[in-house]
Each structure stands twice: as structure tokens, then as C-alpha cells.
Design a protein around this ligand. Structure first.
Ligand SMILES: Cc1cc2nc3c(=O)[nH]c(=O)nc-3n(C[C@H](O)[C@H](O)[C@H](O)COP(=O)(O)OP(=O)(O)OC[C@H]3O[C@@H](n4cnc5c(N)ncnc54)[C@H](O)[C@@H]3O)c2cc1C
Length: 390
């Protein structure tokens, strides 16, 4: 008989594990406290960003995750844009890091190339031409719309894979065989996956505390209104500041000079962990960000100084028909080591899956496939349930 697995959390980690568990033949119950998930999975750029993963196993897993995303989004008929990405260079030290990276890239398994200024401008109508030296093109990045994904993916999981959705249901406690909601309702199960995101005090807080090393990270974000006349930006964009943010570039010797220049020229960018990127939603809005403030520096209120710094950097990188900001918000994720997920079995039959490192959108499906295969001990792919079996 099929095992019944409860998943706690309707963010992308919970959704991807629900998909992987259902695909492996389990009956899946998904519990989410809010009527619609409102954690970091709906607050992000929607960047599926393999180029941000360091060479080796994590990068390979990110590429697998991307492939799964594409299969699932196509099957679910949810919008996505396989736009690829451009890292733009405006300074000689930025060009040096990108060239060093590109030279080594084929051996490291990355598919990317240097474009000169005119080639960049042919590919991107959003790249700011003033001072542009060139850029690195990578075809592997995919843009999804976080608001659509968090709303539409659960429906797809229910209709296609028979996942039973329990939104608006906060879970107070779990054992390997029993899930108890805050209103006292209970469900008997054969196993539980906790995917509670940055809510480290939600379930098994004692276990997470004794594991140690967790930090919370707050990111400020901005969004324009839809760009006029259906204007699309093309590839998602990043710049020189991003080269010091992702572990992808950390082996580049020329990164030292770039980091030194930024620290000397603009210490506030380091203080607030600012690097800037842009993606575009299905409706045409441009999502812009971000900053990184940790633990004690995190306040409930957003800092306008951070927004101003980000916008100044973004205007040097990006030109838009309409730069007016329509929405501002922040999100919080848990970080730990560079590994993209904290995995722990506090007791047999319960798996804690905390996405760490700010790359949960990119890595979720690849990690979920791997985790379910080893945890449920099955690589078997079952036929999806029909809507009638829900
Ligand atoms: C601003 C920002 C931008 C980012 N940009 C990107 C990006 O572009 N690309 C990328 O790869 N990554 C990005 N990330 C990281 C990515 O968004 C996260 O890694 C990912 O969303 C984490 O997903 P999650 O499911 O673990 O957490 P969440 O999305 O926070 O979901 C956890 C869910 O669990 C629920 N929950 C918790 N406890 C309980 C309980 N007891 N009972 C019921 N429900 C419960 C919560 O309500 C919540 O909905 C970004 C993060 C932020 C904050």
C-alpha cells in the first residue's frame, strides 16, 4: 500500500518535495499555514539561476533542477521565460573576472561566452550602453513568476498528482506517524517532511538550535509597474557587484582586486550586502534587488538608504522605459553554510529540509528528487493520479 507522507510548508521546498513524493508513489498531504504561501518563495526574483552555483556537484544539481522545472512548468502550463542571463561589465576589473571565469568555464561544465558591447546590446534592450565594456552570456537561466508558481503549482499537484492540499492549516506538532494542527485536527501518516523555511522556531526548534550555525538574512526588493506596450527586457541581468556575491566566481584570482575596489569606493554596498539584479514577471513588471542584512541587523522596517543605493546601481546597469517603483518589500531566508539545504532526520520517519543560501528557487526540484529517492528509498516513477482520485 502507498505510504502517506505529510509535507509541512507550501513554499517551493514543500511543493517540490510534494511533487517528488507523489511521483514516487506516495499519498501526499500538504499543509500550509497561510491561505496562500507568503514566505520567501513568493518574495523572490523568480530566478532559476544555475550560473550562481559553484562548479561541481551543486552546479550539476542546479542544471538537473532547471530541467525538472521546465518539464513541470510545461506540463502545468505555468508561464516561464528561458531567457538566459547576462553579467554586464562596466569596469576593467569586472571584465577581468568574467574573462578569467569564461576561460575555465568549459572545463568546469558551464556553457557561457564573452560578448562585446555591440553583441550585448543586440541581445539585451535593457543593458545600459553608457560605459558598457561587454558581458558574459549564459543560456541556462530561467525566469519564473513567484506569485504564479506559489498559486498555480499547488493546483497542478492536486489535479495531476493527487496531492491533498490543506491550506490555512498551521501544524503545531508532528511525530513520524501523527500530524496535529493548531485547531486540534489530526492526521495519521507514515512519514513527515518539514519544509518550514526561515521559520526556525516553527517545528523541531530544539533540533535546529542544537545543530547551530543558522543565520537569518533579510533582503530588500523593488518592483516596477508593467513596462509599457508589452516591452520585454530579454535576458535577466546582473552586474559587477554580483561577482563578489555568488560562490561561482570565488576561485577567480582577479576577484580580489574587484572586491578591494568596491570596498574602498563604496563601503555602504558591502555594509548592506548589496548586489543588483533584474528579472521580469509574466505581466511585464521588472523585479529589482537586493541587499543582505543578517541577524541582529534585521529590523521590521525597510531602509530607504538601501533602496536608494540599489536604484543608483541599477540605473548604471539597466535602462527601462519606465523605472517608477510600484512595490517595495523584503524577504527573509535562513542561511547556514554554502550548502543549499540543511537536511536532518531528528527521528526515523521525519525529515527536516531547510533551504539555506538563498537559492531555493534554483535548487528545489533537483534537491527534492534526490531527497525523496534516498529517503523513501524509491527511484520509481509512478503514473500521476487522475483528478478523480483526489
Ligand atoms: C527576497 C528574496 C529573493 C530571492 N531570490 C531568489 C531567486 O531569484 N532564486 C533563487 O533560487 N532563490 C531565491 N531566493 C531564495 C528562495 O526564495 C528560498 O530559498 C526559497 O523560497 C525557500 O523556500 P521554502 O519553501 O523553504 O520557504 P518559504 O517559501 O518561506 O515557505 C515556508 C512555508 O512554510 C510555512 N510554514 C512554516 N511553519 C509552518 C507550520 N508549522 N505549519 C504550516 N505551515 C508552516 C510558511 O507559512 C511558509 O509558507 C530569494 C529569497 C529572498 C528572500
Amino acid at each position: 500500500m502507498a505510504k502517506t507522507i505529510a509535507i509541512i510548508g507550501g513554499g517551493i521546498v514543500g511543493l517540490s518535495h510534494a511533487w517528488a513524493a507523489a511521483r514516487s508513489g506516495a499519498r501526499v498531504l500538504l499543509f500550509e499555514r497561510s491561505p496562500v504561501a507568503a514566505g520567501s518563495s513568493v518574495r523572490n526574483f523568480g530566478m532559476v539561476w544555475p550560473i550562481g552555483q559553484p562548479r561541481g556537484a551543486w552546479h550539476q544539481l542546479a542544471l538537473r533542477s532547471r530541467q525538472l522545472w521546465l518539464e513541470i512548468l510545461s506540463d502545468a502550463k505555468i508561464w516561464y521565460d528561458p531567457s538566459g542571463s547576462l553579467h554586464l561589465a562596466y569596469r576593467e576589473d569586472e571584465r577581468a573576472v568574467l574573462m578569467e571565469f569564461i576561460q575555465q568555464a568549459p572545463a568546469d561544465g558551464y556553457d557561457c561566452q564573452w560578448l562585446d558591447k555591440s553583441q550585448v546590446l543586440d541581445r539585451s534592450r535593457a543593458a545600459q550602453p553608457r560605459g558598457l565594456v561587454g558581458g558574459m552570456w549564459s543560456p541556462t537561466e530561467v525566469c519564473v513568476d513567484p506569485r504564479q508558481v506559489t498559486r498555480e503549482l499547488p493546483k497542478y499537484l492536486a489535479e495531476k498528482w493527487g496531492v491533498e492540499l490543506h491550506y490555512g492549516t498551521g501544524i503545531e506538532s508532528v511525530t513520524p506517524t501523527l500530524v496535529t494542527a493548531t485547531d486540534g485536527r489530526q492526521w495519521g501518516v507514515d512519514g513527515v517532511i518539514v519544509a518550514s523555511g526561515a521559520e526556525l522556531r516553527s517545528l523541531y526548534s530544539d533540533v535546529l538550535e542544537s545543530a547551530g550555525g543558522f543565520r537569518l538574512c533579510k533582503l530588500q526588493m523593488l518592483r516596477t509597474a508593467p513596462q509599457p506596450n508589452g516591452w520585454r527586457m530579454g535576458p535577466m541581468l546582473a552586474g559587477g557587484l554580483t561577482l563578489r556575491h555568488y560562490p561561482t566566481f570565488k576561485h577567480c584570482k582577479s576577484l580580489v582586486a574587484l572586491k578591494h575596489r568596491i570596498a574602498t569606493e563604496s563601503p555602504l554596498l558591502d555594509q548592506y550586502g548589496i548586489h543588483v539584479m533584474a528579472s521580469q514577471t509574466a505581466a511585464g513588471e521588472i523585479t529589482l534587488g537586493d541587499s543582505h542584512e543578517y541577524d541582529a541587523a534585521i529590523e521590521p522596517f525597510d531602509k530607504e538608504v538601501i533602496n536608494d543605493l540599489m536604484l543608483a546601481e541599477l540605473r548604471g546597469l539597466i535602462r527601462l522605459p519606465d523605472f517608477a517603483i510600484a512595490e517595495r518589500w523584503h524577504g527573509i531566508y535562513a542561511s547556514r553554510t554554502e550548502a543549499p539545504m540543511f537536511l536532518h532526520e531528528p527521528e526515523a520517519g521525519v525529515l527536516l529540509t531547510i533551504s539555506t543560501g538563498g537559492c531555493g528557487m534554483t535548487m528545489s526540484f533537483g534537491l527534492a528528487e534526490q531527497n525523496i529517492a534516498s529517503w523513501l528509498g524509491s527511484q520509481k516513477v509512478h503514473k500521476p493520479a487522475t483528478a478523480a482520485t483526489i
